[in-house]
Design a protein around this ligand. Structure first.
Ligand SMILES: Nc1ncnc2c1ncn2[C@@H]1O[C@H](COP(=O)(O)OP(=O)(O)OP(=O)(O)O)[C@@H](O)[C@H]1O
Ligand SMILES: [Mg+2]
Length: 271
């Protein structure tokens, strides 16, 4: 296998919460280790609250781990400068397309922002880069003049993808990016994601509740349960012979799992 791009080593995360006037600790991640290799698509599944988002936020430094470390290309990420460098190369597409974009910022400006932050290209060439990226995600360059409220949910998620890709990252972490969308729109966005992954040679972490999508998209899968990785392996192997009880229950709950794949628009789009 190719070398790891990014590794989480022994990550623990404890949140302190106030409950009935008392402070209580909640251990959201329990010594989690995972890695993502060059060019691969890694799926993360697990029920709500199992720690998928927390793990991915820690991997890009939006959140800090209580214990453990993140390695990028084999080197520990520790200083501010190292985190900033990682964030140019590892981008995150948020769970909720409706809150990820600033409501008063025009799309063109939102897309140009990462270029300014990371000092990519000259100011003059930014509009052309924005237009090219809009086309790459299947949107008309005129969209640059719109506000997020003037876009459909699917268009907004395309803009989110475009924004994440502006800094030419090597790794994209996609957290439930299609779950708020209509099924046919989900299929279009997933097909776009797969196309971009191939064209740009991206490594992808794909977090989803939808096991059918994970099965089509991902080379490898991690199954999380109550803050731990309870199973991991090649997607076809995990799906064919799940070892952990929780994975078996998850798989048993897939709707229509015995029906031929081409019945779903998502399956159609990913074929
Ligand atoms: N900022 C926070 N403060 C306190 N607890 C938190 C915080 N963020 C997450 N948690 C808790 O940590 C646990 C893991 O949350 P996380 O968002 O990672 O789950 P998830 O697997 O992404 O769930 P979902 O599928 O619903 O998105 C949950 O119990 C959650 O309530
Ligand atoms: Mg989440």
């Amino acid at each position: 296998m190719s070398k790891p791009m990014i590794e989480a080593c022994g990550i623990d995360k404890t949140f302190t919460l106030r409950r009935d006037g008392r402070l209580v600790e909640h251990r959201a991640l329990k010594t989690v280790s995972a890695d993502l290799h060059e060019g691969e698509i890694l799926g993360i599944v697990g029920e709500s609250g199992s720690g998928k988002t927390t793990l991915s936020r820690i991997m890009i430094g939006i959140d800090t781990a209580s214990k453990g470390e993140i390695l990028f290309h084999g080197d520990r990420v520790a200083t501010r400068r190292e985190w900033r460098d990682l964030r140019r190369h590892v981008q995150y597409v948020f769970q909720d397309p409706f809150t990820a974009l600033c409501p008063t910022m025009r799309i063109g400006k939102a897309l140009a922002e990462p270029l300014a932050i990371h000092g990519i290209g000259s100011r003059e060439e930014r509009p052309a880069r924005v237009a090219r990226m809009l086309e790459m995600v299947g949107l008309h360059p005129d969209m640059a003049g719109r506000l997020p409220s003037q876009l459909s949910g699917g268009q907004r998620q395309r803009v989110n993808l475009a924004r994440a890709l502006m800094s030419e990252p090597k790794v994209l972490i996609c957290d439930e990016i299609v779950s708020g969308l209509d099924v046919s729109v989900q299929a279009q966005v997933l097909a776009l994601l797969l196309d971009l992954q191939k064209r740009l040679g991206l490594s992808l972490i794909f977090i989803s509740h939808d096991l059918r999508v994970i099965r089509y998209l991902c080379d490898r899968v991690l199954v999380m349960y109550l803050g731990e990785i309870v199973e991991q392996g090649r997607t076809d192997e995990v799906f064919a012979a799940p070892k952990h009880d929780y994975t078996r229950r998850l798989l048993a709950a897939i709707p229509d799992r015995d029906r031929p794949a081409h019945h779903s628009p998502i399956d159609e789009a990913l074929k």
